[in-house]
Design a binder for this molecule. Structure first.
Ligand code: AMP
Ligand code: MG
Length: 340
């Protein structure tokens, strides 16, 4: 499966080559600390459109811009006064890293990026290879390098398998350290809102700001207030059902239709129930050894992709409570299962 695209090992030469390709108005898949991104320069409408074409992404779904530092970010947004102080505090605490800010955009920021909105989403990534490229290209727009709606890629091979025919180059920076997309924090309204949970949690943001932040619920459609925050997203092709404690919750209802062709996924190897699911032993997988949420986040998309390639008829996956990084994992799994 897949093909076409060349996977380049990250070396000084290949990084130079990638910079040249980007500056010539082409798209390249790049490693970030969250997931692999499909990048283009922000001042070339043709290059930006190629991102949407390659992903099959609808034009109403805005892109995130990646800037090298706070000063690069501030070049693109209108922000002052108290809000600027708060932004600085958040940057001191979390940037570079997996936190995206939604702020009022400057006129110069392309409507293609923002899907016509007056706000723009920007983050300062920490991945050293991505940063080296940003230093030479200036800010890059980069959504996840997967077909729209499918599971995000956390290694170069994932990108090749699902996007290899649509793009020409993938820069290999190894597996992604975080494994789920950035937290998106909307600072543009009167109340600060987390539009998408991630590794930087609502609790962490609240602590730095000294005020509460709201967590937005996924919406069913193309709500203009939260473009792209679709209830269904990140879905494998295989039917997915979620359970909280025991897979029997699902198997009693659905499993019988599938015989034994069911994959059962636990959050932690240490917390698998001892009874009930024993007869499914060969079909059991886990997302972490001891239930560390960061380890679960790092593994979740890779495991969904692996299981998708194993011809199961049903995947039953345990979901965590929406606490801390558990909120991000719960969000991705709930959206992935919403299709079925
Ligand atoms: P990704 O697919 O990881 O690049 O994430 C892009 C997501 O960021 C979009 O689907 C939106 O949900 C969100 N986003 C980007 N720009 C904005 C914006 N101006 N306002 C609100 N959300 C945004
Ligand atoms: Mg995405």
């Amino acid at each position: 499966m897949g093909g076409g695209a060349r996977i380049l090992e990250a070396t000084p030469e290949s990084i130079r080559e990638v910079v040249d390709i980007l500056l010539a108005g082409e798209v390249v898949a790049l490693p970030t600390e969250t997931v692999y991104g499909l990048a283009a320069v922000i001042n070339d409408g043709g290059a930006l459109r190629k991102i949407f074409q390659a992903k099959g992404r609808p034009s109403y779904d805005p892109l995130i811009i990646h800037a090298l530092d706070l000063s690069g970010l501030l070049d693109l947004v209108e922000v002052g006064g108290v809000l600027l102080d708060k932004l600085r505090r958040l940057c001191d605490a979390f940037c570079p890293g997996p936190l995206t800010f939604v702020l009022r955009k400057r006129k110069a920021v392309s409507d293609i990026i923002t899907a016509g909105k007056k706000t723009v989403a920007i983050r300062i990534p920490s991945h050293p290879i991505f940063r080296e490229i940003l230093r030479r290209t200036g800010p890059l727009a980069a959504p996840s390098a997967n077909p729209f709606g499918y599971v995000s890629p956390t290694c170069a091979e994932h990108v090749r398998i699902s996007m290899g025919e649509k793009i020409s180059h993938i820069l290999d920076g190894g597996p992604c350290e975080i494994g789920v997309e950035s937290t998106i924090l909307d600072l543009s309204g009167r109340r600060f809102t987390i539009l998408r949970p991630g590794a930087i949690t609502a609790e962490m943001v609240s602590e730095v700001l000294g005020e509460g932040v709201e967590l937005l619920r996924p919406v069913a459609s193309t709500d203009p207030a939260a473009p792209g925050m679709l209830r269904q997203h990140y879905s494998p092709h295989t039917k997915l059902r979620l359970f909280r404690r025991s897979a029997e919750e699902v198997l009693l209802n659905f499993g019988k239709d599938f015989g034994k062709n069911v994959a059962i996924v636990y959050l932690s190897r240490n917390h698998m129930p001892l009874s009930g699911e024993g007869k499914w032993a060969k079909n059991i997988f886990w997302l972490s050894e001891g239930g560390d949420w960061n380890e679960v986040a790092r593994n979740i998309f890779a495991l969904l992709r692996r299981l998708d390639g194993m011809q199961f008829d049903l995947i039953c996956c345990q979901v965590p409570e929406k606490i801390g990084v558990g909120a991000a994992i719960n969000d991705r799994l709930s959206r992935a299962a919403a299709k079925f």
